[in-house]
Design a binder for this molecule. Structure first.
Ligand code: GLY
Length: 303
């Protein structure tokens, strides 16, 4: 049974979560259009994530958070679970859709991860349009960086006693899907963490941490404290839990416990299993999430 689940990032509660609803509906619909037409899960998750990268309310593509220098550096990864094909990019600033660049890395298959100027050179060679990094910066993110600088002199990340970064808005985006051929794919894209050091690469660029897919088990996309997610290799571990329990919702919940207790961070993840069942969990107040299956008339958006 084909299915897709999409997230819009784990983060703090916002006064109006409805602001994320149109973008989430559009992303689920973009992915579902591919699956309903008999297309590949890989194309579906790329389409869903591209849609959110193009929506400046999310922390990916245009609207990405800024580094401590006021620049944009984005990470993305994508994986197809039949033959463990994967592609990823880190610290890129000259492409509007990093997930499509990651997809080109997967299709090229020579390497798994390209970063910074090497990734930009590959994008040019692959014929992807180059964009002006300034075109990705929004007034909202400029303001957020200014507020952060004022609130945290010395630029130390603000942490709650439990270890989680406080005040982070939702925004990293991801999707995972099963197609009618039985293939699972997953994709994740982000601007990373507000006020990060230039050159910092997070979990969303790292296969096994932010993204993983194995068609015999399922697919996972993670969001939240990147350093904590890397510490516990969250996406791959979530599939181990899925294998043990055969329950995507349970696997998601146990994975979040792992992130909080062992990783000492906050976040969330989405899961689809090899049968098309979906699951999700988050430790943060909000994680926009939406999904579509053949039994639904329209995307479910329970947030
Ligand atoms: N999870 C997104 C990041 O920390 O980069």
């Amino acid at each position: 049974m084909p299915s897709i689940i999409v997230h819009g990032g784990a983060g703090a509660a916002v006064a109006d979560a409805d602001e994320f609803r149109p973008g989430m509906r559009a992303a689920v619909s973009a992915g579902w259009a591919v699956l309903a037409g008999g297309g590949r899960a890989l194309d579906a998750v790329e389409a869903a994530v591209r849609s959110l990268e193009d929506d400046e309310r999310f922390n990916a593509g245009r609207g990405a958070v800024l580094t401590e220098d006021g620049t944009v550096e984005m990470d993305a990864s994508i994986m197809e679970g039949d033959r463990l094909g994967c592609g990823a990019v880190g610290a890129v600033s000259r492409v509007a859709n990093p997930i499509t660049l990651a997809r080109r890395v997967l299709d090229d298959s020579r390497h798994v991860l390209l970063v910074a100027h090497g990734a930009h050179a590959f994008a040019r060679a692959a014929g992807l349009p180059e964009c002006d990094p300034a075109s990705l910066i929004t007034e909202r993110q400029r303001r957020r960086l200014a507020e952060r600088r004022a609130a945290t002199p010395g630029n130390t990340p603000s942490r709650t006693p439990g270890g989680a970064r406080s005040g982070t808005l939702p925004g990293t985006v991801g999707a995972t899907a099963l197609d009618r051929h039985g293939t699972v794919a997953a994709a994740t894209s982000t601007g990373g963490m507000l006020g990060k050091r230039p050159g910092r690469v997070g979990d969303s660029a790292l296969i096994g941490c932010g993204t993983y897919a194995d068609s015999s088990l399922g697919g996972v996309s993670c969001t939240g404290d990147g350093e904590a997610i890397i510490r516990v290799v969250l996406a791959r571990r979530a599939l181990e839990y899925l294998k043990e329990a055969d329950d995507p919702d349970y696997a998601a919940k146990v994975s979040v416990d792992l992130l909080v207790e062992e990783g000492r961070g906050e976040g969330g993840l989405i899961v689809v299993d090899w049968r098309g069942r979906i699951g999700y969990a988050h430790s943060t107040p909000l994680m926009p999430v939406g999904w579509m299956t053949p039994t639904l008339g329209e995307p479910a958006l329970p947030f």
